[in-house]
Design a protein around this ligand. Structure first.
Ligand code: PLP
Length: 393
C-alpha cells in the first residue's frame, strides 16, 4: 500500500475495544487489574495508554521503524533520546540546528558529561574529522533551518556504520511523506509533531521511530523512567492531524515551489533559499533522497528595517515562531529561532538581519504571493483592485 493509504489504514485507526472509527480518548491514569499476578497490557498510563499507543504504532508504521514513541514535545523527544548517552560520550551534530536542540546540547548535557561538536554535516569530510574514540552518534537535521542546506543521509550513514555510531535524524521539516531516514541508514528518527504532523497550530507534541529492537527497548525504559510522555488529548490531536498529512504536504509544497520561484523575480528580494530551485546546491541530493522539497522557504530582504516593514504590512501569513501548519507562518529567525546565537556566528550561517522564513500553508498560492508582493513593496496595495483588497481583509 502506498503512503497516502497507510496514513488512514495502518492498523491503528480503529479502536480494538469498541470498533470506533476514531481512537477514543482513554482519559485514564490507571487500570483495574483483575489478577495482580497477570496484569493486562496496561497498568499505569505513564507506562502505556491505548490512545498514545495507537499514535506510537502509527509513527513506527509510517517511518518504517520497529517501534514508535510519543513525547510531550519535540524537545521532550530529543532530550529523552539524548539520555541514551552517558557521561564521557561525544556526539557529532549538524551546526545548522534547531535552537532548542542546540540549547540542550550546549547548556544542559555538558553538565552531565555529554559533549557535542557542531559541524557542517553537508560536508562528509567534516563529519569524519570530528569523530573521536568516545563519539557515539551523529545527529542530523536535513534540510537545515532556515537556510535549507542538505546533508547526504546515506553518505553520513556509511561513515557512521564504519565507526559503529548511531545516526539520529530530525525529520520535522519533511515528514515521512517526503523523506524516510530509517530507509537511508538512520537508527532513530525524531519529529516535532507540533509542526507538519500535527499540522494545525493546536498541539505541542514529539514523536520518535527507531529501527532496532535494542535501541527501542532502551528508549522505552527512558520514556517510562523520565515520564516525558505525550498526554492523551494531545495524542488524539496529533493522530487527527496526521490523517491529512499527504493532502497538506502536497498542497503546501506545490504552493511553496510556486512562491519561491516568483519571489526570486521580485526586485526587493536579494536571495531565496528553497531546495527545489534550480541552482540550489543541494537540489540534486535532495531529489535523490527525498520525494519532495517541502513547504518551507527562506528569503533575504537585505536589512532588518526592510523586514520590519514587510512584517507590519503582510496580511495573510501569521507572524510567529513555528511552522508546518494549515495557515502560513512567517518567522524572523534573527529575532526568534536564532536570537540566542552570537551575531557574527549567526550571520556566518546566512541567518542575516534581512532573512525571513516562510512556512507555506493551505491558502491559495496566488493570494499568498500577491500579499508578499504588496508587503515587500514591489506592488503597492493602493494599486490593487477592490476585489483583492476585499479578499484579504
Ligand atoms: C520545533 C522544532 C523542534 C522542537 O519541537 P517542540 O515541539 O517545539 O518541542 C525540534 N526540531 C525542529 C526542526 C523543530 O522545528
Amino acid at each position: 500500500m502506498n503512503f497516502g493509504t497507510r496514513l488512514l489504514h495502518n492498523g491503528n485507526e480503529i479502536d480494538p475495544f469498541t470498533g470506533a472509527a476514531s481512537i477514543p480518548l482513554y482519559q485514564a491514569s490507571t487500570y483495574h487489574q483483575e489478577d495482580v499476578d497477570a496484569p493486562g497490557d496496561y497498568d499505569y498510563a505513564r507506562s502505556g495508554n491505548p490512545t498514545r499507543h495507537a499514535l506510537e504504532q502509527t509513527i513506527a508504521e509510517l517511518e518504517e521503524g520497529y517501534r514508535g514513541f510519543a513525547f510531550a514535545s519535540g524537545m521532550a523527544a530529543i532530550s529523552t533520546v539524548f539520555f541514551l548517552f552517558s557521561s564521557g560520550d561525544h556526539l557529532v551534530v549538524s551546526e545548522d540546528l534547531y535552537g532548542g536542540t542546540y540549547r540542550v546540547l550546549s547548556d544542559v548535557l555538558p553538565r552531565l558529561g555529554i559533549r557535542a561538536s557542531f559541524v557542517d554535516t553537508t560536508d562528509p569530510g567534516q563529519v569524519e574529522k570530528a569523530i573521536r574514540p568516545e563519539t557515539r552518534a551523529i545527529y542530523i537535521e536535513t534540510p537545515s533551518n532556515p537556510t535549507l542546506k542538505v546533508t547526504d543521509l546515506a553518505g553520513v550513514s556509511r561513515i557512521a556504520e564504519r565507526n559503529g555510531l548511531l545516526i539520529i535524524v530530525d525529520n520535522t521539516f519533511l515528514t515521512p511523506y517526503f523523506q524516510k531516514p530509517l530507509r537511508l541508514g538512520a537508527d532513530i528518527v525524531i519529529h516535532s509533531a507540533t509542526k507538519f504532523i500535527g499540522g494545525h497550530s493546536d498541539v505541542v507534541s514529539g514523536l520518535v521511530a527507531v529501527k532496532g529492537e535494542e535501541v527501542a527497548e532502551r528508549l522505552a525504559l527512558l520514556q517510562n523512567a523520565l515520564g516525558s510522555i505525550l498526554g492523551v488529548q494531545d495524542a488524539w490531536l496529533t493522530m487527527r492531524g496526521l490523517k491529512t498529512l499527504k493532502a497538506r504536504m502536497e498542497t503546501s509544497t506545490a504552493s511553496a515551489e510556486k512562491i519561491a520561484r516568483r519571489l526570486q523575480e521580485l526586485p526587493g528580494v536579494k536571495k531565496v533559499y528553497y531546495t527545489g530551485l534550480p541552482g540550489h546546491p543541494g537540489k540534486d541530493l535532495q531529489e535523490s533522497q527525498a520525494s519532495g522539497h517541502g513547504a518551507v522557504l527562506s528569503f533575504d530582504l537585505g536589512s532588518g528595517a526592510k523586514v520590519r516593514e514587510v512584517l507590519s504590512r503582510v496580511r495573510l501569513p501569521i507572524v510567529a515562531v513555528s511552522l508546518g501548519s494549515v495557515e502560513s507562518i512567517l518567522s524572523y529567525p534573527a529575532k526568534m529561532s536564532h536570537a540566542a546565537m552570537p551575531t557574527e556566528e549567526r550571520q556566518r550561517r546566512g541567518v542575516t538581519d534581512g532573512l525571513l522564513r516562510l512556512s507555506v500553508g493551505l491558502e491559495d498560492a496566488d493570494d499568498l504571493f500577491r500579499d508578499l508582493e504588496q508587503a515587500i513593496g514591489s506592488r503597492r496595495l493602493i494599486s490593487v483592485g477592490p476585489e483583492w483588497r476585499a479578499s484579504i481583509v
